[in-house]
Design a protein around this ligand. Structure first.
Ligand code: ZN
Length: 243
């Protein structure tokens, strides 16, 4: 089965459409959360995602805030302004869809899926080998797919000495998966690894392959809509440089 793995779309419809076209035909789509927050297109993104066939979708921290389950005060000023805009803009159907999504760790075959980390599904960032190491005891499958950090990366646990290392990934090249791993497909709509291209991954469940992918999209079109919506300029600027 060929699975499209996406995360952190953040109301960036242009990036999402580009990723879906670039991915081609897939059997399932797994979305690790944060459909809304930051960007100009919350309704377009939620509508497009909820229409995808064979979808498994989790809530991210921005989604949880948009549906009113955590206070906006948990976010910094610029992130909060976008959430206030999204909360007002979201249609009832799109709000109901977000309300129907789980936020807890979800197991799909060999993979555990979660937005933040296995031990703190909404808030913890897995940013380095230390935070990854602390999380391997909190899932039982060979690998765990996480989002939230907006970094396309992979961490490996070496069972012989319990060490955890950051793997070097080759973009647009499939690699064979061997237990145990924590991997992040990167962010579709707001990459933060200094590569502004939209990030995602293709996962092959039978061949146990993972292909981290990047694709260029029309960033200027998204910046224009951010400015038209009077969302914080910072959200427009960061897209061009990937931070
Ligand atoms: Zn996010």
């Amino acid at each position: 089965m060929r699975v499209l793995v996406i995360s952190d779309i953040h109301a960036n419809f242009t990036a999402l459409e580009t990723v879906l076209a670039d991915a081609g035909a897939v059997d399932e789509t797994w979305c690790l959360g944060d459909l809304v927050g930051y960007g100009p297109d919350p309704n377009e993104v939620v509508e497009r995602v909820r229409g995808l066939p064979n979808l498994t979708c989790l809530l991210g921290n921005h989604d949880v805030a948009a549906i009113g389950k955590i206070p906006f005060e948990s976010f910094n000023g610029d992130a909060r302004r976008a959430l206030e805009y999204h909360e007002k803009a979201l249609t009832k159907e799109n709000m109901d869809f977000l309300l129907s999504l789980p936020s807890s760790l979800t197991v799909k075959g060999d993979a555990s899926l979660v937005h933040g980390s296995p031990r703190d599904s909404i808030w913890e960032y897995i940013l380095n080998a230390l935070s990854a190491r602390l999380n391997f005891a909190h899932f039982t499958t060979p690998w765990c797919m996480v989002g939230h950090s907006h970094l396309q990366c992979m961490f490996r646990l070496h069972p012989e000495n319990e060490r955890v290392t950051l793997e070097s990934l080759k973009v647009n090249e499939a690699m064979i998966l061997k237990p145990r791993l924590i991997m992040n497909p990167g962010s579709v709509g707001q990459p933060r690894d200094r590569d502004p291209r939209a990030a995602y991954a293709i996962y092959d469940t039978e061949e146990k392959k993972w292909e981290p992918r990047r694709v260029t999209y029309d960033i200027r079109a998204v910046q224009k809509r951010i400015r038209e919506a009077k969302l914080p300029e910072k959200h427009a600027m960061r897209l061009m440089e990937g931070w």
